[in-house]
Write a protein that binds this ligand. Structure first.
Ligand code: ZN
Length: 417
């Protein structure tokens, strides 16, 4: 995250390419370029934007605003400009946030040509009358939109995808925390043995990139996608926030079960708009089963400002999120429907060393109860998440006990739930 944070990214341009170059030290990526002018559903890939430098100088020749100090100082997609402007003329191109006078806001103008500088409201108000020299050395010309993906095949062709967006400049929690988590999830799943699902890791510029991705992979996405999660806002230490899938699904039940028994504070709410790329993934033509598990939901105080930086995101926050996602993966991978192989009465548990003959149960308390439930409900109709929910226990505990019963030959996997 420290390596990626300083890069000036946008929906197109060399910042995204540089980001993928760095990520490729940690995971392989298939990088794709979609030319400007390409039509994707109702949208058109815009010209590519790149920026070299930008500043505002006062009459004394002092650089009072400099892109080199903070890439948020330039409105993303600013067209090039070079000239001298009066304060009144300049102010038409200055953006600040009166609600938060000490931070630089993050602003973009992808689809209307303009130029602008973003600065703290405090600084904007303190500018004296006079003439200001302004320069933005940027280019806006036909090029490409860059996105990337990686794939880990599993036993099944059914796919779970993790999607993050790579279009924000120096924004740590919004955008970049999702990018970093995606890299670590790839590595977790690459090392994991016997994955049932196939996994796809998608890195796209938000909105237009998701649309390009969907347009280029429409048939496969529609045919193979089982579940998806949009990764963003994952690095702070706030409570978890889960945005459910549009129509409800076992994914929601699994995620909420894992959250409930994790001991962490959380909140779950129904699919809502606006949001991030779930807007595209869940548009009626796709209606994919996609949720989004965040920490502090977008709209937190630091959101889209210079305060969303490497101090706001913490190692503890990111690590806690990574652990939560790994648990969700384990829960999805372990959520089978089993068949009871001794369905006529309960099996004689002590024969299988599942219970001591002296009456001190080997599985005591909760585990014994879970064991009895699994045996009773392994009837071709109930998956382990159904059993966990019926009992109000963690699916991860149910999976652990089911694995023991399977080893003992008492139940057998039928299919994934
Ligand atoms: Zn954002």
């Amino acid at each position: 995250m420290k390596k990626l944070f300083p890069i000036c990214r946008s929906i197109t341009g060399n910042g995204v390419r540089k980001t993928f170059e760095i990520i490729q030290d940690y995971m392989p990526l298939e990088v794709c370029e979609c030319p400007s002018g390409t039509e994707c559903f109702d949208w058109t890939v815009p010209d590519e934007w790149n920026i070299e430098s930008a500043y505002i100088e006062n009459e004394a020749g002092e650089r009072i605003v400099d892109f080199a100090d903070n890439n948020l100082h330039v409105m993303s997609y600013s067209e090039p400009v070079s000239g001298v402007f009066s304060l009144a003329e300049l102010k038409e191109h200055l953006y600040s946030s009166s609600d938060q006078p000490d931070v630089i806001p993050y602003l973009t103008s992808y689809y209307k040509r303009r130029w602008g500088f973003c600065l703290t409201d405090k600084q904007k108000r303190s500018l004296p009358e006079g003439n200001y020299k302004v320069e933005i050395k940027s280019t806006l010309e036909p090029g490409a939109l860059t996105y990337a993906e990686a794939f880990i095949p599993g036993k099944s062709e059914e796919e779970i995808f993790f999607s993050c967006y790579v279009c924000h400049p120096s924004m740590a929690n919004d955008s970049l925390s999702g990018v970093v988590l995606n890299v670590f999830l790839y590595n977790y799943l690459k090392d994991r043995k016997d994955n049932y699902y196939s996994y796809r890791f998608v890195f796209v510029p938000e909105t237009i990139g998701a649309l390009v991705y969907l347009s280029n992979n429409k048939d496969r996405v529609l045919e193979k996608t089982k579940y998806g999660l949009v990764l963003t806002c994952l690095g702070d230490e706030g409570a978890f926030n889960y945005k459910r899938t549009k129509f409800g699904s076992p994914l929601d039940t699994v995620v909420e079960n894992v959250l409930k028994f994790s001991g962490c504070e959380y909140n779950a709410f129904d699919f809502a708009l606006p949001g991030s790329d779930e807007r595209q993934y869940c548009s009626p033509g796709f209606n994919l089963t996609v949720g989004s598990l965040m920490r502090s939901c977008y709209g937190f105080t630091e959101y889209h400002t210079s305060a969303d930086d490497l101090n706001f995101v913490t190692e503890k926050g990111l690590r806690g999120t990574y652990d939560m996602y790994c648990k969700i993966v384990e829960a999805l991978e372990g959520n089978y429907l089993y068949r009871n192989l001794k369905p006529y009465g309960e099996p004689f548990l002590s024969k299988y060393e599942l219970r001591d003959t002296v009456g001190a149960p080997k599985f005591i308390g909760d585990d014994l109860k879970i064991l009895l439930y699994i045996l009773s409900y392994s009837d071709d109709n109930h998956s382990l998440i159904d059993i966990a929910e019926k009992m109000d226990v963690s699916i991860l505990d149910v999976i652990r006990v089911a694995e023991t019963l399977e080893e003992k030959g008492l139940i057998q996997k039928l299919r994934i739930g």
